[in-house]
Design a protein around this ligand. Structure first.
Ligand SMILES: Cc1cc2nc3c(=O)[nH]c(=O)nc-3n(C[C@H](O)[C@H](O)[C@H](O)COP(=O)(O)OP(=O)(O)OC[C@H]3O[C@@H](n4cnc5c(N)ncnc54)[C@H](O)[C@@H]3O)c2cc1C
Length: 391
């Protein structure tokens, strides 16, 4: 059905389709089945920074190119989070991660001390791909049909006109709603000015200074938040590539200790067994030198050969991993903002009653800051506050 512009009016609009948006939408809809809700996302599907690359060029490959799994650190003291994780486990959307985690020390030998921010606490893996995880969350309780999705749609501006929020996409489409949820902070942060080629942060423009103390504070906190860029290399190995041993679980992850990370410029390497038994490899890097060298590289093929050389040197003496041949195919994903860093935003600033706008995502305070744990928890907390608002 082709929707006319006048059809784009909702009770609630959600900007973004990552995990936090999906958790919020599924909880909200469960309690408000009659409300008209839409989700607007610039990507082709759900998942955001926790999604899966299904290559058109390399048929049959599905590689989790953002977060490959997730860890929960603070469950004991948090009943809200605990009961949600239990729900996900009961519904078989996730399971305790059985992947082997290997820490490589300076000699490329193995070590078993778990030190990474992404592996401490309890690790969970999705039964299907990471994109499927967000999909499953939305489909929870048969709610999928209750929400309109607008993909490939970038919201570039919004205004609040007392009666409603009016959102404008980069293509000029307008969406209206009584309530608004931002699961991304793009439209709230100074980076939006460069990305959207505008001269004022959209939220500041929509709500001028001194109109709402909470919004002023939120924008002040965000002004001190920055973002970690990352590169991920998706390696499509050849038919006969395998481990040196007989490991057969779905994923296996190698973390590099600091000195080794400086030397090889890789942060972690995740092997992902495919349905067709091929072995995909996703290499993450947050090394600025490597990122700059990629940005400035004149010949991407030469850059890729360097990545293979680094990989082979790293695993030269390793008992588990075979070297790569130089004809493997690699695609590169550049994350301008893979994770927030610096100042986290207090959860007390999540909701403005006056302006009927709420915020969630991994950019809020708590142990889950910068991780999926924070995205899920902030969405659960926001949904509770939001239900009080609309009562
Ligand atoms: C390479 C990488 C590795 C990671 N590894 C881990 C890990 O091991 N464990 C872990 O816990 N976390 C990890 N993370 C972090 C984790 O992915 C995030 O914490 C989590 O996915 C954030 O979810 P979210 O819903 O808060 O935000 P997002 O996933 O960023 O969702 C926001 C969505 O909003 C959309 N959007 C933004 N602006 C607009 C707009 N104006 N209009 C329309 N749509 C818009 C975006 O496209 C995005 O889909 C990793 C991240 C990256 C990039």
């Amino acid at each position: 059905m082709i929707l006319m512009k006048s059809d784009f009016t909702y009770d609630l609009l959600i900007i973004g389709g990552g995990i936090s948006a999906c958790v919020f939408a599924s909880k909200y809809l469960k309690n408000n089945v009659t409300k008209k809700v839409a989700l607007v996302e610039i990507g082709r599907g759900l998942g955001g920074r926790s999604s899966t690359r299904i290559s058109k060029r390399f048929k049959g490959w599905k590689l989790n190119h953002g977060a490959p799994n997730f860890n929960i650190i603070n469950i004991k003291n948090n009943l809200l989070l605990k009961s949600y994780i239990d729900e996900l486990l009961e519904n078989k959307f996730i399971k305790i991660d059985d992947s082997e985690i290997v820490f490589l020390n300076d000699d490329s030998n193995l070590e078993n001390i778990k030190t990474s921010e992404f592996s401490c606490g309890v690790n969970y893996r999705c039964l299907e791909s990471m994109s499927q995880f967000s999909q499953k969350i939305i489909e929870f309780n048969n709610l999928k049909g209750k929400i309109d999705f607008y993909f490939d749609t970038l919201i570039a501006d919004f205004i609040f006109n007392d009666k409603e929020w009016v959102l404008t996409s980069i293509n000029g489409d307008q969406f209206k709603s009584k309530y608004l949820i931002c699961s991304t902070n793009l439209l709230l942060h100074k980076r939006s000015m460069k990305i959207l080629n505008i001269n004022q942060i959209p939220l500041r423009k929509a709500i001028p200074i001194y109109k709402d103390k909470k919004i002023d504070l939120l924008l002040n906190f965000l002004d001190k938040q920055s973002f970690i860029p990352r590169l991920t290399f998706l390696i499509y190995t050849n038919e006969n590539y395998s481990y040196k041993d007989f490991y057969s679980n779905k994923q296996r992850c190698f973390y590099l200790k600091n000195n080794l990370e400086n030397k090889y410029k890789f942060e972690r390497i995740i092997f992902q067994l495919q349905d067709n038994n091929k072995l995909g490899i996703v290499v993450h890097s947050k090394n600025i030198e490597l990122i700059n060298s990629y940005i400035n590289s004149k010949d991407e093929e030469v850059f890729k050969q360097k990545i293979i050389t680094n990989f082979n040197q790293l695993f030269e003496e390793n008992a588990l991993v075979n070297k790569l041949t130089f004809d493997v195919k690699i695609s590169i994903m550049k994350w301008r903002a893979s994770q927030p860093s610096g100042l986290a935003v207090p959860l007390s600033l999540q909701l403005s009653r006056k302006y009927r706008i709420g915020f969630c995502g991994d950019w809020f305070e708590g142990e889950g800051f910068g991780r999926i744990e924070g995205s899920i928890l902030s969405a659960l907390i926001l949904e509770k506050k939001f239900n009080d608002l609309i009562k």
